[in-house]
Design a protein. Structure first.
Length: 315
């Protein structure tokens, strides 16, 4: 009985704080199969060192690749599209978004295609537009990129916007503007394109905070793999990090995890220095008695993303 009532010895290791992966599932991207993606990389400009410079450069390149027309492909393949452009064919917004989205993924920038629709999109013609949306390492956000118009959208402070933010701003009549290299869009053009954010569907799903009208231009059912109430369900933070625990060399180790599809590892910073962990690899925790602080950040070809903290105590 005395042994049962005796104070328990303190634990040898105690985790105090740790990062947790966002609850939103990994994004559905608009990609080519690996072998076609490799071919596409030979047809597009080489990526810059910075993800945002790469994304805006590709947006400009795609927008100047051909003059807009109303032709369409019957296959979602950017390589085929560019080959047919070289043969003299011309295409519409669907194909600009096709090439841009698949080109971004080919250079390690997570991207998907967006279907945009004006209000009352169930009736009439010309109610839709198609663009791309990409996760930008370094900015830690999803951002709309319009290949046809060679532009992205910013708020009053100049911050680039994703589709959910743009839709919210348009509904609240907050100022947004389109930015592109060279002459900008006229006020009339900007009004037209801004109006298309009344309804948005991504590659992986769509959302509606109120009633949802699944009919487009009288004849077409809007198909989607997921219908959500909150756009946050479709916007995972790809800088997020989670951890698992394992035993390595007889001591506790963490195994970082991420939803980022192009992560090539993790940067780990401790009081003792900096190291790197490959995807699926482990980092052995320090055994020195006392408190410890570690930060873990997703690493991609464009650098390390936002760091997340882990603290623990060893006795």
């Amino acid at each position: 009985m005395d042994r049962l009532n005796a104070p328990a010895p303190p634990p040898a290791l105690e985790l105090r704080t740790w990062p947790v992966l966002p609850t939103a599932p990994p994004p559905a991207l608009f990609r080519l199969p690996p072998e076609r993606e490799a071919t596409l990389r030979t047809l597009i400009p080489a990526p810059a060192a910075d993800a945002w410079d790469t994304a805006t450069g590709l947006t400009e390149w795609v927008g100047r690749r051909w003059v807009h027309a109303n032709g369409h492909l019957d296959i979602d393949d950017a390589v085929t599209c560019l080959e047919r452009v070289d043969a003299g064919e011309r295409f519409a917004c669907v194909e600009y978004a096709l090439v841009l989205s698949q080109a971004l993924n080919a250079v390690g920038i997570p991207a998907r295609r967006l279907d945009l629709r004006q209000s009352d999109h169930h009736t009439g013609l010309g109610r839709g537009h198609m663009v791309s949306e990409a996760w930008i390492d370094g900015l830690d956000r999803w951002i709309v990129l319009d290949g046809q118009n060679r532009c992205h959208w910013v708020d009053a402070d100049g911050a680039p916007l994703g589709a959910a933010q743009l839709q919210s701003a348009v509904r609240a009549d907050r100022p947004v503007r389109a930015v592109r290299r060279g002459p900008g869009l006229s006020a009339e053009e900007a009004d037209v394109w801004r109006s298309h954010f009344a309804a948005v569907a991504t590659t992986g799903g769509t959302w509606a905070t109120g009633a949802f009208v699944p009919i487009h231009q009288e004849h077409f059912l809007i198909r989607t793999p997921r219908l959500e109430r909150d756009p946050a369900a479709l916007y995972p933070d790809l800088s997020g990090v989670g951890i698992g625990l394992d035993l390595v060399d007889g001591w506790a180790a963490i195994r970082p995890a991420t939803h980022h599809p192009f992560a090539d590892g993790f940067r780990v910073d401790t009081d003792a220095g900096t190291g790197n962990v490959p995807v699926g690899g482990a980092w052995v925790l320090a055994t020195d008695p006392g408190g410890h602080r570690v930060t873990v950040a997703v690493r991609t070809r464009y650098g390390a993303l936002t760091a997340h903290e882990l603290t623990y105590r060893v006795r």
